[in-house]
Design a protein around this ligand. Structure first.
Ligand code: FE2
Ligand code: FE2
Length: 418
C-alpha cells in the first residue's frame, strides 16, 4: 500500500487559494452593494385571509425603522424565475405603534386585489432597497371545492419555547392546509411586544405562505376585573399586526367578521365585548348563507368544560342562533383543556340524524387546567394535559375532524355527514 505523505507544497497552495479568494471577494461586484440598514428588513410577515379569498389576499409586516416607500410586489408564480419580470408593485399602508417594552415600530400592509381564483402567486414586501424573500400563496377557488385547514386553541404561554413544536408538527401533518385558524389567547399579555416576538419566532416562515385567521381572546384585552368602562378595549397591538376583514358589527373591526371559503361560511365572534350586537349580526349573516357548511368560532366556550367558571350568557345569546341556522361546528379555546360534544340542539344531544352543532374546545400551548365534567352528558371526548391541533377536511358531503397532539399522535376524530 502506498501512503501519500502530505506535500510540503500544501500549505503554500492553501495560502495561495486563500489570497486569491480574498482578492476575488474584494472586487466582487456583489460586495459593493449597500449594506442592509438596521431595522429596514421586513419582519413578522403574515398573510391573512380577506372576505373574498378567491380574488384577494392581505399581507402585513413590520420594520423597526421608518420606511418612506413601503411596498409589495406580486406576480403569478411559475417554476421559472422569470415571473419576477411581470410583478406588479403596490404601495403599502403604514402605521406606527409603541409598546411599553419595545421601541417605536412601523407596521405596513397591502391587500392584493383582482387576483385569479385557485392560482398560485409569488409576492415579496419591503421597499426599494430592503426586500423580503419571494413567498407564495394560493387563492381560494371561487366555488365549493374540497380543502383542509388547521384549528388551534390557545398558544398563550411559553410560546417561543413550547409552541414551535406544535406548529411544526401541524405543518408536517397537513402541509396542504389552506389556512390556519386560531381562536384567541395567542400570547399571555397582548400588550407585550416580546411575547408577540416569541409567537412569530415559533411560527417561523409558515405565516408567510399559509394565511391565518384569528380572533381575540381575553388576553388581547386588559383584565376585566381591574378595568372598567371605556378603558376596557382591545390592546392597540392587535389591529396593526394583522389585516383581517372589517365586515362585522361596528366597533369590532378585525375581531368579529365573516369569510366564505370554498363552501364554508366562517364566522369569527369576539367573546369579549358587544355580545348582544354580535348575536343580532350573526342572525343576519346566517339568514342569507348560501354555503353548505357553517363554522363559527369564539374564544370563550359556550359549554365550559374547564375550571369552575361557567358563564352562560354566551349560551343564552348564541345557541338559539346556532340552532336556528344549523351551524355545524363551533371552535373555541380559553379552557386549556379539551372537549368535543356530540351534535347538540337546544342544549341536548340532537335526535334528528346528521343534525345539530358540535362544540369543540382545544389548546395548543403547554398550560393545562383540569377538565371539568359538568357537561359529560353532552361530550364525547373530554381531556387535558396535551398540546393539540386539529386538521379539518371539508368536501360537499362530509367534514372530517381529526385532533393530534404535538408528538403527532391521533387524539380524537369525528366525521360529520351532510
Ligand atoms: Fe387562555
Ligand atoms: Fe382565555
Amino acid at each position: 500500500m502506498v501512503i501519500h505523505k502530505p506535500s510540503r507544497l500544501l500549505p503554500l497552495l492553501l495560502a495561495l487559494v486563500f489570497i486569491t479568494g480574498c482578492t476575488q471577494a474584494r472586487f466582487n461586484p456583489v460586495s459593493t452593494a449597500p449594506l442592509p440598514q438596521p431595522g429596514l428588513t421586513p419582519e413578522r410577515i403574515i398573510l391573512n385571509l380577506t372576505q373574498t379569498p378567491a380574488t384577494s389576499q392581505a399581507v402585513t409586516w413590520r420594520t423597526t425603522a421608518i420606511v418612506t416607500t413601503p411596498k409589495a410586489q406580486i406576480a403569478i408564480a411559475t417554476g421559472s424565475p422569470v415571473f419576477r419580470t411581470k410583478a406588479t408593485t403596490l404601495t403599502a399602508l403604514s402605521e406606527s405603534i409603541k409598546s411599553d417594552d419595545a421601541p417605536l415600530v412601523f407596521y405596513h400592509s397591502v391587500t392584493f386585489k383582482d387576483l385569479a381564483p385557485n392560482t398560485l402567486y409569488a409576492y415579496r414586501v419591503g421597499d426599494d432597497t430592503h426586500w423580503s424573500e419571494w413567498n407564495q400563496f394560493k387563492t381560494a377557488s371561487a366555488t365549493p371545492q374540497p380543502f383542509s385547514f388547521i384549528y388551534f386553541g390557545d398558544p398563550q404561554d411559553e410560546v417561543g419555547s413550547m409552541c414551535a413544536r406544535t406548529f411544526r408538527t401541524a405543518f408536517k401533518t397537513a402541509p396542504d392546509a389552506a389556512f390556519w385558524h386560531f381562536v384567541g389567547d395567542m400570547v399571555n399579555n397582548g400588550d407585550k411586544d416580546a411575547e408577540w416576538q416569541e409567537l412569530f419566532d415559533a411560527f417561523g416562515w409558515i405565516p408567510r405562505t399559509t394565511p391565518m385567521i384569528l380572533l381575540p381572546g381575553n388576553h388581547a384585552y386588559p383584565d376585566k376585573r381591574f378595568v372598567k368602562g371605556d378603558a376596557f378595549k382591545i390592546f392597540p397591538q392587535w389591529r396593526p399586526q394583522f389585516t383581517l376583514p372589517q365586515n362585522g358589527p361596528k366597533g369590532l373591526e378585525e375581531t368579529a367578521y365573516a369569510i366564505d371559503y370554498q363552501g364554508v361560511r366562517f364566522i369569527m365572534l369576539n367573546g369579549n365585548e358587544k355580545l348582544q350586537e354580535q348575536a343580532e349580526w350573526l342572525n343576519t349573516v346566517l339568514a342569507n348563507n348560501p354555503q353548505p357548511w357553517t363554522i363559527a368560532a369564539i374564544h370563550q366556550p359556550i359549554y365550559a368544560t374547564g375550571r369552575k367558571r361557567n358563564d352562560q350568557q354566551r349560551q343564552a345569546l348564541f345557541v338559539p342562533v346556532f340552532d336556528k341556522y344549523s351551524v355545524d361546528l363551533v371552535l373555541q379555546g380559553h379552557e386549556h383543556s379539551y372537549a368535543r360534544t356530540q351534535r347538540l340542539f337546544n342544549g341536548q344531544p340532537a335526535t334528528a340524524p346528521h343534525k345539530g352543532t358540535v362544540y369543540i374546545t382545544s389548546v395548543c400551548g403547554p398550560k393545562a387546567y383540569p377538565a371539568n365534567h359538568r357537561y359529560d352528558h353532552l361530550t364525547e371526548t373530554t381531556g387535558t394535559g396535551r398540546q393539540l391541533f386539529q386538521v379539518i377536511r371539508v368536501n360537499s358531503k362530509s367534514l372530517t375532524y381529526e385532533a393530534f397532539d404535538s408528538a403527532g399522535n391521533p387524539y380524537d376524530r369525528v366525521e360529520l355527514i351532510k
